[in-house]
Design a protein around this ligand. Sequence first.
Ligand code: PBG
Length: 337
Amino acid sequence: MQDKTHLVDEITGHRRMRRNRKADWTRRLVQENRLTVDDLIWPIFIVPGTGIVDPIAAMPGVSRMSVDKAVEAAKEAADLGIPAIATFPDIEMELRDETGSNSLVANNLINQTTAAIKKAVPNIGIITDVALDPFTSHGHDGILRDGEIVNDETVDQVVKAAILQADAGADIIAPSEMMDGRIGAIRRGLDAAGHQSVGIMSYATKFSSGFYGPYREAINTKGLLKGDKNSYYINPANGTEAVRDAALDVEEGADMLMVKPGLAYLDICWRVKEAFGLPTFAYQVSGEYSQIKAAAMNGWIDGERIMMETLLAFKRAGCDGILTYFAPEVAKILAKR
Ligand code: PBG
């Protein structure tokens, strides 16, 4: 019986939320969302050479790997049950130029990596980015002409690069450069080249964000970048514009959509999933990763707990999965549960 001297009224007494929270078994029974290993995509960084595992200072626990080491890592990821990896190259400075021409070299670092992983680890999905920033001398995602990132020429090049990536064995092409019309152009290009089964995961809503800082250190574009990417990435202030941008990608044939960065854009995850119902992924980007790692290393937060909490938050926000540098760490924890 409710003690009448308490201030909680009778109606509250009939509506006690805590009843479902009272024991571990009730909490498990009513849990709405779960993170599983099937939700994880692991982004990795590739460098030329062999036997190289080169730690990235701004991303504690993450290293650039040579192709042979990336193959080992992919094998480990597949054994952990991680469905897919996403590869990003850190190529030699002398190979970078104004137009990012190395993106059109059939056996460039990214395509070598794909071919090697496909051969050694056939059961892991390989997702490749076609943005030009790892290949340009100015760090921009497209071709720079008279101070401008030229859209249509960039798209032409990105289509050619995407076909070479598919030729090398990429399963999903993920364009992150935010040029207009790229999804339709890539789809037509892949189909014409006989790659009907290669999918497109659009970086549909990519915001002009400070959270990419450590990534630019990882692929060494930090010192190169002239200006900013505001003329092609989305203004962080704009949600409706982001949904419109994603709508065009859906119309043009995207198979999957991505929201990037992740945690500060959970509203976009929700809106995009609700609006289109396509498989939707969040990219928990480098700055999000490093924030958690840095605070945990200082003993200020419980890193593992916050890692799991943020990933679960993406599921709650409607995401089907997450690109995260935590993927192997998370997969190991999930395997023990
Ligand atoms: C650019 C690209 C970026 C990331 C992946 N590809 C952003 C940028 O450098 O502007 C960021 C990934 C991360 O921060 O983890 N095409």
